[in-house]
Design a protein around this ligand. Structure first.
Ligand code: GAL
Length: 453
């Protein structure tokens, strides 16, 4: 495969998240997170799985860095567990928690891998949830405090920071539907969670920028396809686009909220927006992180309630998660963002990947041709978007290794590396070797001097 349009210094990465891989949830002073509380409740996660041990990365991070080096990654996106840093979400800093990320960052840098931490990938300290979590405006201020702590500790070695991971998914599944922690079922009353997360982003951005650091956010985005040209389907698709995409991109890139009147909300999002909030939220970003998995097809609702209904997408292959595989959706998304936002900053694909039913063969190999195909076709879609003028600077596969996939427990495997969740044995899959070879070939093509040296 030739990716002809990728720039030199393109970051070839993989992504993970703290609760999904670290384990060691009670070690070295870590406080409880909403995911510890949620997974302890019967019936919340498939087969009762939890992240108590996960991939035991907290103890095995050196081995995992070796794997990344073997793959030739030039970047690694991980998340910092806030409850390791401030066990109750506020106040005193737990140095043993900070030390872990210190060692991780140093280990990555020693292997020439750029660390790209995300400050919040859903594991809110339970202490903050007890005070209302992201429904409480104060959480945004606590988040900025924590961001400042981490910037102070790692900012001498870490340049690129991601504030939040997928505030849309966290709001809808965590606070609207309750299928993720903290398990609240507020339906549309969850909208203040959008604003408070975005405010947290803006306040944290200010802290990070004051220290000369680069700031991004990782938004889950989906191209929205109306099920037909009928005005009702088109209106439903617009409403959904406003909720999923624009609610989190518009305030950051234009300083305004989209029209949410179809959801019965006005521009104050349940009274949560105050003067000057949007100024903070729309302060310039260094880059926008995009997490892409598939498009969404929307039709007019058959009954009262929500102003949209999801319609099936037929005619495409599907992942083990039953998600349609639509590589061109990524090109469509990137080009669409550039058209919608004249001030679009550079973009990083901060997550993209698929789950598959991977098995270890008798000879010890794990062959995952579907994943290779998925990654290959999506990278070509990125290349096509770059050819159409979108400034994409990096790509992070979701995910480095099979891990705790939230409500699906260990059932869904997304990794380049197979993990036996009983023994913790790691086996690089065929996709790992494929990615390694691709990175090597691409870097040799556009950065020959750097590789030769
Ligand atoms: C994203 C999330 C990741 C991962 C992935 C695959 O929404 O940020 O943590 O779980 O989906 O489902």
């Amino acid at each position: 495969m030739a990716l002809d349009h990728f720039p030199a210094n393109f970051i070839w990465g993989a992504s993970t998240a703290s609760y999904q891989i670290e384990g060691a949830t009670k070690e070295d002073g870590r406080g409880p997170s909403v995911w510890d509380t949620f997974t302890a409740r019967p019936g919340t996660v498939r087969d009762g799985h939890t992240g108590d041990v996960a991939c035991d990365h907290y103890h095995r991070y050196e081995e995992d860095i070796e794997l990344m080096a073997e793959a030739g990654l030039t970047g690694y996106r991980f998340s910092i567990a806030w409850p390791r840093i401030q066990p109750t979400g506020t106040g005193e800093v737990n140095l043993r928690g900070v030390d872990f990320y210190d060692r991780l960052v140093d280990g990555l840098l020693a292997r020439g891998i750029e660390p790209v931490p995300t400050l919040f990938h859903w594991d809110l300290p339970q202490g903050l949830e007890d005070g209302g979590g992201w429904l409480n405006r104060d959480t945004a201020h606590r988040f900025a405090e924590y961001a400042a702590v981490m910037a102070g500790r790692l900012g001498d070695r870490v340049q690129k920071w991601i504030t939040l991971n997928e505030p849309f998914v966290h709001m809808v599944w965590g606070y609207g539907l309750g299928t993720h922690a903290p398990g609240r079922t507020l339906l549309l009353d969850c909208l203040p969670v959008a604003h408070h997360q975005l405010l947290g982003h803006g306040l944290a951005l200010r802290e990070l920028r004051a220290r000369g650091l680069q700031v991004m956010i990782a938004n889950n985005c989906t191209p929205v396809w109306p099920a037909s040209d009928a005005p009702a389907d088109r209106a439903a698709a617009r409403a959904y686009d406003n909720l999923h995409n624009r609610l989190f991109n518009d305030p950051i890139l234009t300083g305004t909220y989209p029209d949410l009147s179809a959801f019965g909300a006005d521009a104050t999002l349940g009274g949560s927006v105050r003067d000057r909030d949007l100024e903070l939220i729309s302060a310039p970003l260094s880059a926008l992180g995009i997490n892409y998995y598939n498009p969404t097809r929307i039709q007019a609702p058959a009954s009262e309630g929500l102003p949209f209904e999801e319609a099936p997408i037929e005619g495409y292959r599907r992942t083990a998660f039953d998600w349609p595989v639509v590589p061109d959706g990524l090109r469509e998304l990137l080009v669409g963002l550039r058209e919608r936002y004249p001030a679009l900053p550079p973009v990083y694909i901060t997550e993209n990947g698929c789950s598959a039913e991977d098995v270890v063969n008798a000879d010890g190999t794990v062959l995952d041709p579907d994943r290779i195909d998925y990654l290959d076709s999506h990278l070509q879609a990125v290349d096509a978007a770059v050819a159409q003028g979108v400034d994409v600077r990096g790509y992070f596969v979701w995910t480095l290794m099979d891990n705790f996939e939230w409500a699906e427990g260990f059932q869904q495997r997304f990794g380049l590396v197979h993990v036996d969740h009983d023994t913790q044995v790691r086996i690089p899959k065929a996709s790992f070797a494929w990615y390694r070879d691709l990175i090597r070939a691409q870097r040799g093509r556009v950065e020959p001097d750097r590789l030769d040296g």
